[in-house]
Write a protein that binds this ligand. Structure first.
Ligand code: HEC
Ligand code: HEC
Ligand code: HEC
Ligand SMILES: [Ca+2]
Ligand SMILES: [Ca+2]
Ligand SMILES: [Ca+2]
Length: 278
């Protein structure tokens, strides 16, 4: 019984052609990821009392389910995800909802909105969400748009808030895991929260300082962003890239720099930054 279920899951994974799940009602009948156990678990583990994370996330008490439902963490109402007292199956795109908003539950897609989640998988090389039901050009809402469950009429059923989280603190907004302030990449461009240009400020050059024949350019960015330093002899250009693409690590504000060897040998030098967007 267990064995055949696992084989079925593997086959569904190989047939990763339809979408992860849909955020809106309608056309839900024959999708590939109707239930969590239709294949999400192949990569993400069992969910209930499970510590598996392909992102390397550390869950409180090593339990993804607990991070989602325990009152010390997200405190999600059971029926934001569940549909009956038997607790299984769990659907990715619907649930019973809560008693006061009966039968209006969006399930996982109340927070993990379909287009953004699919794009996040795609950009990280997880194959096949697009092609069958979902187009690779489908539009996802930007990082600062809250998914349906984030507050509003759902406010008393979850503590999750603020998709474009700017607060570097645990157990608030989107940050419920251990030791990182990474929430969700809601729009699927691989830039999280402050690092996403829809949320955090633009990159800013702080200084350009002479060191002998060289110039050190120092700038303010946000962990996760990728910049290239460009230089020109005139303020209006033409600018060309002088550094490799530099990806800043960590989360939140980061100061980084690049030394242009021989930069001070130019009679005049103007610098600017370009940001690499996916
Ligand atoms: C083939 C493997 C695979 C399958 C199947 C899969 N995922 Fe993932 N998922 C990944 C990987 C890999 C990542 C992490 C990418 C990264 O490094 O951020 C990920 C990331 C995520 C994230 C984190 C998104 C974020 O914003 O950081 C969520 C939530 C998620 N998956 C949910 C699901 C759900 C729900 C399903 C089923 C509908 C599913 N996944 C199916 C491999 C998979
Ligand atoms: C974020 C969504 C979510 C919330 C909220 C949630 N659960 Fe779950 N729960 C799941 C998923 C997904 C599974 C795994 C289902 C599967 O493997 O088929 C699960 C599994 C379970 C199981 C194990 C069922 C079994 O037979 O293996 C129990 C028991 C359970 N949940 C109880 C609860 C209770 C009680 C609450 C509220 C206090 C709750 N859950 C809140 C998503 C959730
Ligand atoms: C009320 C909002 C909410 C609901 C409903 C919800 N999630 Fe989440 N989920 C989150 C947030 C926020 C995170 C990120 C927490 C963090 O990393 O700090 C997350 C993280 C995850 C991760 C961990 C990804 C990783 O490896 O880091 C998985 C997998 C996941 N959710 C799957 C599900 C599934 C499956 C369901 C439905 C059964 C579900 N979620 C329902 C808000 C929600
Ligand atoms: Ca976010
Ligand atoms: Ca996290
Ligand atoms: Ca993003």
């Amino acid at each position: 019984m267990k064995q055949s279920k696992r084989t079925e899951n593997r086959q569904r994974l190989l047939a990763f052609t339809a979408g992860l799940f849909l955020a809106v009602a309608g056309n839900h009948t024959a999708q590939a990821y109707s239930r969590y156990t239709d294949g999400c678990n192949n990569c993400h583990g069992a969910f209930y009392q499970s510590s598996t994370s392909p992102k390397g996330t550390v869950f409180p008490s090593n339990d993804n389910h607990l991070m989602h439902n325990d009152p010390s963490y997200m405190g999600n109402n059971c029926n934001l995800c569940h549909s009956g007292t038997s607790r299984t199956p769990v659907y990715t795109w619907r649930s019973n909802g809560t008693s006061s908003i009966a039968n209006d539950g969006l399930g996982c897609s109340g927070c993990h909105v379909g287009p953004g989640l699919r794009k996040h998988h795609q950009i990280n090389g997880v194959p096949g969400c697009t092609g069958g039901c979902h187009s690779s050009s489908e539009v996802s809402a930007p990082e600062n748009v809250n998914p349906p469950y984030y507050g509003g009429v759902w406010a008393s059923f979850t503590k999750v808030r603020n998709a474009g989280n700017t607060v570097l603190a645990s157990n608030t907004n989107e940050n419920w895991s251990v030791g990182d302030f990474l929430g969700l990449d809601n729009d699927g461009n691989n830039l999280y929260d402050l690092a996403d240009y829809a949320v955090g400020p633009r990159d800013r050059i702080l200084s350009s300082t002479r060191e002998g024949n060289d110039i050190r350019v120092t700038w303010q960015t946000y962990g996760g962003r990728t910049n290239t330093v460009q230089a020109a002899g005139n303020v209006s250009g033409a600018y060309s890239g002088i550094s490799p693409a530099i990806t800043s690590t960590n989360v939140g504000p980061v100061t980084t720099n690049y030394l242009e060897v021989g930069g001070a040998l130019n009679s005049r030098r103007f610098y600017r930054l370009s940001a690499q967007l996916p």
